[in-house]
Design a protein around this ligand. Structure first.
Ligand SMILES: CC(C)[C@H](C(=O)O)[C@@H](O)C(=O)O
Ligand code: SF4
Length: 469
């Protein structure tokens, strides 16, 4: 009998091409997603060396960060820098024979929403993208790493990646989530607990009853933000929920190939007695809706809580950084979270820009109006999410409530396009990062779930979604 292995160990072993005495390994890569921000130099490197893309059929390119989300974008991208980046990806994809979704293709969207949607992301695979939130794909039981531009070039040229094996960490979430509490609240609570460096050097596997009960969309939200907890990747073992999501997707295996794949996928779970280097346990039943108050995703508190007082922090450096965060956020210790008024609402991103997120928003805002003091936008994560939402009439609910209904892209998640906060503006956002300037120079971001963002849009301040009638 071989030693019991974790899910991470198994995927790793199945992809190991070479391993050196110092731990340096070469991994085979099954899927490579490419976006416009981190790929131009990589393609340029290939061109200069006279090399080809080794496996174009395992590579998929899509524009997301720089695309405008205004309805007139088919008329062309006005911002010159953005236009140049987008055009470069279109040209590189054509030159190297890589499939490409332009901003006018309805399959276009945020790279981490497009991969799963197309069935390009499958269990047991190694998946890379020049983007930190590649961890999202771990929701399918795939080992998904964000990589840098020089690694993008390496994968394009060789379909392999140089890696050292990470440690195994288990985050088990027991019990059932109370009504109104979501996957977003689970992951924000976990990061609050372990800190943004808590997962450093580890791949985190999420397990437990609460994780098993989540839809694929919720699981993607969890794995998406694993990277904010410092981990190298997030993983959730595939199960019937996973297989049902994948079946009949355009790129999913069909017929006999499906049966064979399914047989393999069912082996993708951690063996009884396998060793984890670290284990964290959380109880879902005790989780409240969570709101971030600072400029790091670990700065979180219950919606029923108050802005914390940094004076109570022992460590001097940490105290100084939290004081700075409060100053940046324009908040005073002791302020009730529900007393914080907001100016903007952003619903979207690869964390929470999928159809279930939009349904959750529609449920909260149907028949109501966005507060007169708030400007709110909803940005579907892909053209297919947009199409589905419109087929269900969600766009009408949003527009009647006073939301701006946009075209798909990263949008105000990171303000690399026209969507951004003005200095001092305070935003309830369903995205994953609240760093200084993330949503615009001097913009103030509070990370929340879609339902919490929707309720804040209507109320003009944070409210406890559990009290929503
Ligand atoms: C632009 C890109 C490289 C970046 C990332 O790596 O995550 C972005 O997607 C982000 O969310 O900050
Ligand atoms: S939506 Fe935000 S987090 Fe996701 S890839 Fe785009 S910029 Fe990065």
């Amino acid at each position: 009998m071989s030693a019991p292995r974790t899910l991470y160990d198994k995927i790793w072993d199945d992809h190991l091409v070479n391993s050196q005495d110092d731990g340096t390994c070469l991994l085979y890569i099954d899927r490579h997603l490419v976006h416009e921000v981190t790929s131009p130099q990589a393609f340029e490197g290939l061109r200069m060396a006279g090399r080809q893309v080794r496996a174009p059929e395992k590579t998929l390119a899509v524009v997301d960060h720089n695309v405008p989300t205004s309805p007139d974008r088919h008329l062309g991208i006005k911002n010159e820098e953005s236009r140049i980046q987008v055009e470069a990806l279109a040209r590189n994809a054509a030159d190297f024979g890589v499939e490409y979704y332009s901003e006018n293709d309805k399959r276009q969207g945020i790279v981490h929403i497009v991969g799963p949607e197309q069935g390009f992301t499958l269990p047991g695979m190694t998946i890379v993208c020049g983007d930190s939130h590649t961890s999202t794909h771990g929701a399918f039981g795939a080992l998904a790493h964000g990589i840098g531009t020089s690694e993008v070039e390496h994968v394009l040229a060789t379909q392999t990646l140089i890696q050292k094996k990470a440690k195994n960490m288990l985050v088990r979430v027991d019990g059932q989530l109370p009504p109104g509490v979501t996957a977003k609240d689970i992951i924000l609570a976990i990061i609050g607990e372990i800190g943004t460096a808590g997962g450093t050097g580890h791949v985190i596997e999420f397990a437990g009853e609460a994780i098993r009960s989540l839809s694929m969309e919720g699981r993607m939200t969890i794995c998406n933000m694993t990277i904010e907890g410092g981990a190298r990747a997030g993983l959730i073992a595939p199960d019937e929920t996973t297989f049902a999501y994948i079946k009949d997707r355009p790129r999913a295996p069909k017929g006999k190939a499906w049966d064979m794949a399914l047989e393999y996928w069912k082996t993708l779970n951690t063996d009884e007695g396998a060793h984890y280097d670290r284990v964290v346990v959380l109880d879902a039943a005790n989780l409240p809706p969570i709101v971030s108050w600072g400029s790091s995703p670990e700065d979180v508190v219950s919606v029923q809580g108050i802005v914390p007082n940094p004076d109570e922090i022992q460590d001097e450096t940490k105290r100084a950084s939290k004081c700075r965060a409060l100053d940046y956020m324009g908040l005073k210790p002791g302020t009730k979270i529900t007393d914080i008024a907001i100016d903007r609402v952003f619903i979207g991103s690869c964390t929470n820009g999928r159809i279930e997120d939009l349904r959750a928003v529609a449920k909260v805002v149907e028949g109501r109006k966005v507060a007169s003091t708030v400007s709110a936008m909803i940005v579907p994560g892909s053209g297919l999410v947009k199409e589905q939402a419109e087929a269900e009439g969600l766009d009408k609910i949003f527009k009647e409530a006073g939301f701006d209904w946009r075209e798909p892209g990263c949008s105000m998640c990171l303000a690399m396009n026209d969507d951004r906060l003005k200095p001092g503006e305070r935003c309830a956002s369903t995205s994953n990062r609240n760093f200084e300037g993330r949503q615009g120079f001097k913009g103030r971001t509070h990370l929340v779930s879609p339902a919490m963002a929707a309720a804040a849009a209507v109320s003009g301040h944070f409210v406890d979604i559990r009290d929503w009638k």
